[in-house]
Design a protein. Structure first.
Length: 330
């Protein structure tokens, strides 16, 4: 890590918050609990314990790995359905292969992102290629769930494959921080991700001692998740480390700083910065479905059970499961 970088950040466009921007305070710092997903790959639940009012439009995010698999160990997910939201899979290290019930599919690796709008629903599977299963190797990434407004929940499914080389690379004024804009706009520089719900998604790398203050849309929320390393968030310098999420309050600028001394296994502070315009609609969430009402959830399960979300292709692997078993929420 990182998979996408720049040999000389000083050649990149530079970004800093305007001098009169109001700094966003840090409201809370939470620590992600560890768990397992799919067929048994390790994850950290980045948003566990955070009130949804501070997450909206984001639903959940898992840090997958970082894990070094031995031969025969790499794992994926079984076939599972989705409806009503988007999944964003950002692969930092390793390779994942996707297949779905609409005939789509593809491979992402080393800095690539797959943006899947589930919309009205489908079945899909994510798994390491057979070659990686045989050889083993490093696997590390994120999967983010982004809610869709009621008007878009039943739209046709859509995919975007965003290659690592397509992301917008930016730096801080002193070149100490590298920002990869995957989606959204940062100071007029747009990432390649096309979103239904307006969001910003950035993977930032800060060298030891570096600080970056970024302009941040005041109508967006603000979150920072630490993938690796140690640092501080906010102008008050609230400490954060790997596996922690910082929740920011309102304002026009977001500040992150890397500690002078980092952990032995990582040279830099690696952080994912997220912002989105809250949808502010009722949400009913159970397992792989995110709708607005319990009745819509029941309809989603009924449609799934009756095969209306698609069928597993003849070439697909057998078995069907789903992510998550959390209670429905209003």
């Amino acid at each position: 890590m990182p998979a996408v970088t720049a040999e000389n950040p000083l050649t990149l466009p530079r970004v800093s918050a305007p001098a009169d921007a109001t700094a966003r305070p840090v409201l809370a710092v939470t620590t992600a609990p560890a768990g397992f997903e799919g067929e048994g790959f390790p994850v950290r639940r980045a948003f566990a314990g955070i009130n949804y009012q501070y997450l909206d439009p984001f639903i959940m995010m898992d840090q997958m790995g970082e894990v070094e698999y031995a031969p025969g160990e790499p794992k994926g997910t079984p076939w599972h359905p989705h409806r009503g939201f988007e999944t964003v899979t950002y692969l930092i290290d390793g390779t994942f292969v996707h297949q779905d019930s609409n005939g789509g599919g593809g491979t992402i690796q080393n800095g690539d992102t797959q943006w899947m709008t589930a919309g009205s629903g489908l079945l899909h599977i994510e798994a390491p290629p057979e070659s990686l299963v045989m050889s083993g190797g490093l696997f590390h990434g994120l999967q983010l769930w982004v809610n869709l407004p009621a008007s878009d929940k039943m739209m046709d499914p859509r995919y975007q494959d965003i290659r690592g080389g397509q992301v917008q690379l930016l730096t801080s004024p002193d070149g100490g921080a590298l920002m990869r804009v995957i989606a959204g706009d940062l100071d007029g520089h747009e990432g390649p991700g096309i979103t239904h719900t307006p969001i910003t998604m950035i993977h930032a790398t800060l060298r030891p001692g570096a600080e970056v203050s970024l302009p941040w849309r005041e109508d967006f929320n603000g979150l920072a998740y630490v993938l690796a390393g140690r640092g501080t968030v906010g102008t008050e310098r609230r400490p954060v480390h790997m596996g922690q999420t910082a929740v920011f309050g309102t304002g026009g600028a977001l500040t992150v700083r890397a500690d002078e001394k980092q952990d032995g296994h990582t040279p830099d502070l690696e952080v994912v910065l997220l912002g989105g315009r809250p949808i502010r609609e009722p949400m009913a969430h159970y397992g792989p479905f995110v709708m607005n009402t319990r009745e819509e959830l029941q309809k989603a399960f009924e449609d799934f059970q009756k095969g209306r979300l698609g069928t597993i292709p003849a070439t697909g692997r057998t078995g069907l499961g789903h992510r998550g078993t959390g209670p429905a929420e209003d």
